[in-house]
Design a protein around this ligand. Sequence first.
Ligand SMILES: Cc1ncc(C[n+]2csc(CCOP(=O)(O)OP(=O)(O)O)c2C)c(N)n1
Ligand SMILES: [Mg+2]
Length: 585
Amino acid sequence: MSETVADILIDRLVDWGVRTIFGLPGDGINGIFEALRIRSKDIQFIQVRHEEAAAFAACSYAKFSGHLGVCLATSGPGGIHLLNGLYDAKMDGQPVLAITGHTFHDLIGTHFQQDVDLDKVYVDVAAYNERIMGPAHVHNAVDEAIKTAMARRTVAHLTIPKDIQDWTMNGGGKRSKMNIAHHSGDVYADALPLPPKLLLQKAADIVNAGSKIAILAGRGCLTARDEVLQLVEKVGGVIIKPYLGKAVVPDDSPYTTGGIGLLGTAPSEEAMEECDTLIIIGSSFPYEEFYPKPGQAKGVQIDLDPSRIGLRYPVEVGLVGQSWDVLRALLPLIQQKKDRRFLESAQAGMKKWNQLMEERATRMDMPMKPQVVAHQLNEFLSDDAIVCCDTGTITTWAARHIKIKGNMMFSGSGNLATMANGLPYSVGAAVAHPGRQVVCFIGDGGFSMLMAEMATLAKYNLPVKVIVIKNNLLGQIKWEQLVMEGNPQYGVQLHPIDFAEIAKACGAPGYTVEDPKKVRDVLREAFAQPGPALVEAVVDPAEPPMPGKIKMKQALHMAEALARGQKDRWDIIKTVIEDKVREVV
Ligand SMILES: Cc1ncc(C[n+]2csc(CCOP(=O)(O)OP(=O)(O)O)c2C)c(N)n1
Ligand SMILES: [Mg+2]
């Protein structure tokens, strides 16, 4: 029997080492499902409940495994559902291949059902974006799609009309004369460029001349921990970790001031304000107000992508290449500095900051503070845990209170900052790393968007522990309305859902905890479960995610919003005053 287009597609994916596809079936991809069924020993299909989750899971699979993530969706609505997860992959630089169906090839453009030209829809999101035209087109198009996704660390898309999926070479699929069978290869070669010696020396001269050195270590450093630590040790500087770089070095490293940005720490902000040299490595952290003022510090930037050099800060030297590779070449040129004053002052700042965080996270009053849950979680995290975080105030609690140790991995939706990524990320992480502890830290808003994925965890018995921070609120937006805009909250209240019952209905144990004194016991019980489990932690909706350093304008906006009729203003005032008092005492 001659192979169909779909068979050739799946065979070629297997040749490329693809072993997992996340998706959901539909009549527009039934041909591909038959090919998947036939090769189910070589490639596993993970069925999710919403295609958006498939794209998030594929992105997470790529983030946590370093391999291509693949997702599959049907024509029309299925392909449209993938989009948000695909943008997440594109914006966080992850290689993901999306495969979609289309309607019958000879009904395209005739108002037929699900006649959506997904290749047109995907023009912006996919760097490689093609419609497969027949069996002789599959090999070379798959090869190009995968190489583009890997080389550019982005999204590629192939769409295949439903009937073409069943075409065979014998059954009408002609090969054009110019297209020689098997002419393209399934080999990917990574770029490992090294900057010339002169440029490395120029960068070293800048670093050697500096005395207050801040290193902004982003996601591009996740595979360069040793090299970043060697650099910081030599220069006596500090490592500042943007959100996606949280796992670059452990949080108890004496060299790190933790996160940066609204969810960061005061010592990171101070280091940026005071440094005379900024070394940006593998980061495009977007918030320019947190960088040194242009002209304040000399800059060196290391990035794999030349077009990112000078993106956020006018650096003097750009070094293009893999961060670990470039750092290994740079390190011998860096002089050992004796002056540790900048580092020591940051360390003194961190001591105070950590005390403050500890204070905020050990309050035993009711309603429970969300920080308490993040803080207590640390006790149950293994040295190689993978933490998948969603977007909201919970991002601040996770960034500040979940401590990276050992070989832990951590990620969330960085540049897209979308809600709902957390739970499907945990599906992707658990599939990529069977046997490793995976934890999902998520708000009630983000969880309820894709909560049917609890059933995916149960179906495949993925032992993910899901911690839902329940404030019955789109909390982040409440605080933005108050603090950034000076407006009373509007449209952010959520109708309460019993998430423990949702988990149980999906086939996983669910727990609820409201009392901070009981959090440890409840977490212990949930973490003792062999499969997935969910803990719903009911927390204080009046707890604000304070920036590391509060600006006068933010305080004024908040006061203005409270005066303009914010209903729970007395709860907020009480919480803020308590936080302040604790800071002062
Ligand atoms: C898909 C999407 N919709 C809306 C937003 C805007 N947004 C950012 S955070 C947030 C609230 C998140 O609420 P929740 O998950 O409950 O977490 P909380 O802030 O309450 O901790 C919203 C609506 C977004 N980032 N992504
Ligand atoms: Mg919430």
